[in-house]
Design a protein around this ligand. Structure first.
Ligand SMILES: [Zn+2]
Length: 174
């Protein structure tokens, strides 16, 4: 069985505000097409983390893996190549791993050990939910996609149909 983790609880609103801060820090709060690969490489060049590109056979079914304590990220070779080609799934993977790096160090994360602990875990305590939520909020900024269709969001933000739909659904609820 895979390890089941529980992270410090957070909300979509908090994650949205963090994503907006990042967009502001890099001066891209008005840009719909977030250059996640350039930002990823920039942050690493600043010494914030190190990363390694590993061949497919070393990563198996994992697209990326983050070790927050070591401030180290592994990205599967084909995913990294796809990020250069601006493929939405690869872009999402980089954003996803960055969230784990920023938020899942130290005591923010613990392992669920028993069935009851696993059952008691809420979605917002799931580190994978949090990282996916962050990727959506970073790549599809709420303020900039008001009134856009799913197709327009896909095109302007360069994200998958699933991500465009999910974000628009959340934003329509306020
Ligand atoms: Zn993850």
């Amino acid at each position: 069985m895979d390890k089941i983790y529980r992270a410090r609880p957070t909300s979509r609103l908090k994650i949205r505000s963090f994503a907006n801060q990042i967009r502001k820090i890099v001066g891209l709060e008005k840009s719909t097409d977030f250059p996640i690969l350039a930002v990823f490489e920039f942050l690493s060049a600043q010494g914030i983390f190190t990363f390694e590109i590993l061949p497919k056979e070393d990563m198996e079914n994992k697209c990326g893996e983050t070790f927050p304590e070591e401030r180290h990220i592994l990205i599967r070779e084909d995913i990294y190549e796809e990020a250069y080609k601006e493929i939405p799934f690869a872009r999402t993977t980089l954003a996803h791993e960055l969230y784990h790096l920023f938020f899942h160090g130290g005591e923010a994360i613990s392992l669920c050990r028993t069935d009851s602990e696993i059952k008691a875990r809420r979605a917002y305590e799931d580190p994978e939910w949090q990282a996916n939520c962050f990727a959506g909020e970073l790549l599809v900024p709420k303020d900039l996609v008001v009134g856009m269709s799913v197709e327009e969001v896909m095109k302007n933000c360069n994200v998958s149909v699933t991500m465009a739909k999910t974000q628009l659904e959340h934003y329509s609820r306020g």
